[in-house]
Design a protein around this ligand. Structure first.
Ligand code: SF4
Length: 353
């Protein structure tokens, strides 16, 4: 049983980050925020894939103003990602941003930070302080070590705390997984602010999947982390799909059709790879919690099939079908896909004895 680190909770639109709330998944659309049509299209696809919070890059006043329009067309709360300019932050808040990402130390004049904090307090909006290897002050922290990332984050946190503001989320990202994990462990031991996890600049899909799964997964195993973003050079929807798949392993997101399939070897007489891929494609949008085993032969087939709600253990002259943990009947090998689909469609959740 994983004991979650006790973090304070902050409200972002209609959801919470921190406390006992499930860990949420975030992404950033790859479109220009001012291209409302494209941005909304991306967000809607991501919502269908399990997105909880969207972060929008807000490089200028015009982008800040579009938040008002985008908000009307989507379901998830919006985080406005702002750097340096307090006027853009104020405009984003006025336009309905549910949270802002901003490092107050990057804004030199204190009165400007005070204005932002006042606007956030008035609107009940939290601020994420996001430190990463590329953005820490190198004159103060020459090397982006875990200690440097954490101390740099606390420099920003102190500015907000001195203004009596505590609705803070922190991230200390790095592109090196081990440095990232150590930085989060360190900051987790020093404060109770909710943490936004991510391996930054993690590369293209394949590499980012591995780095993010190790980095985010290790921390979640230790109970650290309240919201995540998988960062990859590619489609936003992939970030969401990978993020959701990570969170499913920890029970923070529901797993619907959960497929257990064998890797296929010389013993199998059925093409399990083709069969499983076809099956997964067809059940992709079914929101029903059901475990299905697709196994190539009798070595592990009956065991895994009995452990699932629906199972198939393939053989040379037909396959053994299982339902609710028991042998059900023998079927022809060319009927397997239809059998599995029909049983999934007929399956009633929680009927397993
Ligand atoms: S279940 Fe059978 S076919 Fe599949 S990997 Fe194991 S031994 Fe090979």
């Amino acid at each position: 049983m994983i004991q979650r680190r006790k973090s304070r909770k902050v409200k972002v639109g209609n959801i919470f980050i921190g406390g006992d709330y499930p860990v949420t998944v975030q992404t950033m659309p790859t479109s220009k925020t001012t291209n409302i049509k494209e941005t909304v299209e991306i967000i809607k696809k991501c919502e269908d894939a399990g997105l909880d919070i969207v972060r929008l890059g807000i490089p200028d006043i015009e982008s800040a103003r579009t938040i008002r329009e985008i908000k009307k067309l989507i379901k998830v709360p919006i985080v406005a990602d702002i750097h340096f300019d307090y006027k853009i932050a104020l405009e984003a808040i006025k336009s309905g941003a549910d949270k802002i990402r901003l490092n107050p130390g990057n804004i030199k004049e204190k009165w400007k930070v005070e204005e932002i904090v006042r606007a956030c307090k008035d609107n009940g909006i939290p601020i994420r302080i996001g430190v990463n290897a590329g953005s820490i002050d190198r004159s103060k922290y020459p090397k982006p070590t875990p200690e440097a990332l954490v101390n740099s984050a606390f420099d920003h946190v102190k500015i907000l705390e001195d203004l009596g503001f505590y609705d803070i989320v922190i991230s200390v990202k790095h592109n090196d997984v081990i440095t990232m994990v150590e930085a989060y462990r360190l900051i987790a031991s020093k404060c109770d602010y909710p943490l936004h996890l991510g391996v930054t600049e993690a590369g293209t899909e394949f590499k980012s999947t591995i780095k993010s799964t190790i980095g985010i997964g290790t921390l979640l195993m230790e109970g650290i982390g309240d919201t995540i973003r998988v960062s990859l050079t590619g489609d936003s929807i992939k970030e969401v799909e990978i993020g959701v798949a990570i969170l499913q392993q920890f029970g923070h997101k529901p797993t619907y059709v959960d497929v257990v399939s064998c890797p296929l070897c010389a013993r199998a007489d059925v093409n399990i790879i083709e069969l499983t891929n076809e099956f997964e494609k067809k059940v992709r949008n079914i929101k029903k919690k059901v475990k299905v085993a697709i196994m190539g032969c009798v070595v592990n087939g009956p065991g895994e099939s009995m452990d699932a709600d629906i199972g198939i253990s393939c053989g040379k002259n037909g396959s053994a079908a299982y339902k609710n943990g028991k042998f059900y009947k023998k079927i022809n090998n060319n009927e397997i896909l239809d059998f599995l689909l029909e049983e999934v469609n007929n399956f009633k959740e929680n009927t397993k004895s």
